[in-house]
Design a protein around this ligand. Structure first.
Ligand code: ADE
Length: 225
């Protein structure tokens, strides 16, 4: 999969994309992430990318011209399955959306800043608008990093133990069951006996029941879906 991210702050994306699973995915050649500095597409001498909003009011708006030039340049190089705009008024990201996006070949992600991007860019180019939660970030970059992380780890071949993504929280609309590692006893708290039994079927049943219990108490809404 190839992901192009359009941003005015490329530095903000460097670290989240270059560690752990995302790093491995890129080293393996399964994922290619290309960060594009929007300012380099500004046709203005000042390299301006934002301007005051029509109608007045505080906050700048990201202008049409740099975004349009940048998006059209990228589109001339490949066909995108989705052009995604990170915005608090988008659809809230969930595991189902991540699963679906992980099956695509080419994604473009636009990070907004200030008051956001000119509405006409949304109308002309954007195919999906995604929010990472009901709160406002200073820009779309952290949201884009979250999106690339959740999607990137689901691309087949990225996780070394392929089944581990299948038992994550939210996969099958269930939260994950509790997990334990050594030692068997810590500050008087023991690892549940069944996990030491070596009985795979009983362990799987226990985990399922714990996941169900946890989901019922913490996120009953997931079970209604
Ligand atoms: N940009 C600003 N706030 C955001 C949010 N909650 N999700 C995605 N992008 C954003």
């Amino acid at each position: 999969m190839r992901i192009d991210i359009i941003t005015v702050l490329p530095e903000l994306l460097e670290s989240p994309l270059s560690h752990s699973i995302l790093k491995r995915a890129q080293t393996k050649g399964i994922l290619e992430v290309n960060v594009v500095n929007l300012r380099t597409f500004s046709p203005f001498k000042s390299k301006q990318v934002d301007d005051y909003q029509y109608g007045g009011g505080a906050g700048m708006v990201m202008m049409c011209e740099p975004l349009s030039l940048c998006i059209e340049q990228l589109k001339s190089e490949r066909t995108y399955d989705e052009v995604i705009y990170m915005t608090p008024d988008g659809n809230t990201l969930n595991q189902k959306m991540s699963n679906s996006l992980s099956l695509k070949n080419n994604l473009m992600i636009i990070c907004g800043h200030y008051k956001g991007i000119d509405e006409r860019i949304r109308q002309l180019y954007v195919t999906q608008e995604i929010s990472i939660g009901d709160y406002v970030l200073s820009g779309g970059e952290l949201g884009a990093a979250v999106l690339v992380d959740t999607v990137g780890r689901l691309i087949p071949g990225v996780l070394s133990d392929e089944t581990s993504a299948l038992t994550d929280s939210f996969q099958d609309n269930l939260l994950a069951p509790p997990v334990f590692t050594r030692p068997e006893e810590f500050k008087g708290l023991k690892v549940p006996e069944i996990l030491l039994s070596g009985h795979d079927k009983n362990i799987a049943d226990w985990r399922y029941n714990k996941a169900l219990e946890r989901t019922k108490t913490r996120r009953p809404d997931l079970l209604e879906e």
